[in-house]
Design a protein. Structure first.
Lengths: 151, 128
């Protein structure tokens, strides 16, 4: 009777130890894997900073920005191929006149579909407003750039 | 006698099942740990993304220096010669620190000088 009791007792403990060890391992792996490696939002923020940097100079909007033939890629030091229709990036800049309350220029380039993907979570968007001498720059940038493991 | 025999077989079967379950559990744990413990893959991803973001942010004329010492030590622990390469045709940064294949991450900055990068004393130097 005692032996049978011991066997029962031990197998119960055995299962308990399995569960405890299993839970610790799962928790440790989950903590390891949850480390922040998604940089899409930071990428979108860098893109926005870069665009704002080239749209504004000495505290005012660069005049060329208001022209139709403004070359974003040369002026903002961006790679035009990365902003193709099937690319992973999108930039939208609205220049509003605060006093008149109207949009005086609207720039957008890159893959416009990515903007919609921000709602689904497959892309990350950054939105920011910059006020410059009566003008408001409304910037939206998006990235869906995910790296790939090369096999 | 028959009753005793059945009990004996039952005990042996119970012990075998117990051992098999224990071995299975240990294999599962070891598999999970070995997968999670491969830090080389994490380093590949982290370095590829860092370098790509630096290229994105840099202005023309900037010289970027990235210390690769940690990547080298991780790769050497696994007996692998690390690789860091900027593929300006594909617009990707490629990093390899394991014997699996490596990790690629695309950049959007205007880096056109395919030869304007080198590894010197375990440091990546990129001229934008």
């Amino acid at each position: 009777m005692n032996k049978r009791g011991q066997e029962k007792y031990l197998s119960g403990w055995n299962i308990f130890v399995w569960i405890v060890v299993g839970v610790f391992v799962v928790v440790a792996i989950a903590m390891f894997n949850s480390a922040e490696t998604d940089v899409r939002f930071k990428e979108a923020k860098i893109l926005a900073d870069k665009v704002v940097d080239c749209f504004i100079e000495d505290g005012r909007i660069v005049e060329e920005v208001l022209m139709d033939d403004f070359d974003y890629f040369v002026m903002c030091n961006l790679d035009d191929e990365a902003f193709g229709e099937n690319g992973d990036f999108y930039v939208e800049v609205k220049i509003n006149n605060i006093i008149l309350g109207e949009t005086i220029k609207n720039h957008n380039f890159g893959n416009g579909e990515i903007k919609l993907e921000c709602l689904q979570g497959s892309a990350k968007c950054y939105r920011g407003d910059v006020e410059v001498k009566g003008m408001m720059l409304k910037v939206l940038t998006a990235s869906r750039n995910v790296g790939r493991e090369v096999t | 006698m028959m009753f005793r025999g059945k009990r004996g077989v039952g005990m042996v079967m119970g012990t075998i099942v117990f051992i098999i379950l224990n071995v299975l559990f240990l294999i599962l744990i070891l598999f999970a740990i070995s997968r999670a413990g491969n830090v080389g893959i994490v380093y590949e991803e982290a370095y590829a993304k860092q370098i790509a973001l630096m290229i994105n942010r840099a202005k023309p004329g900037t010289i970027i220096e990235v210390d690769l010492a940690e990547l080298y030590s991780i790769a050497n622990e696994g007996g692998v010669e690390p690789e860091v390469f900027i593929n300006c045709n594909k617009k990707e940064v490629f990093v390899k620190a394991t014997n699996k294949g490596g990790y690629s991450y695309a950049y959007n900055g205007n880096f056109r000088g395919c030869n304007d990068f080198e590894i010197k004393n375990r440091k990546l130097v990129v001229i934008i």
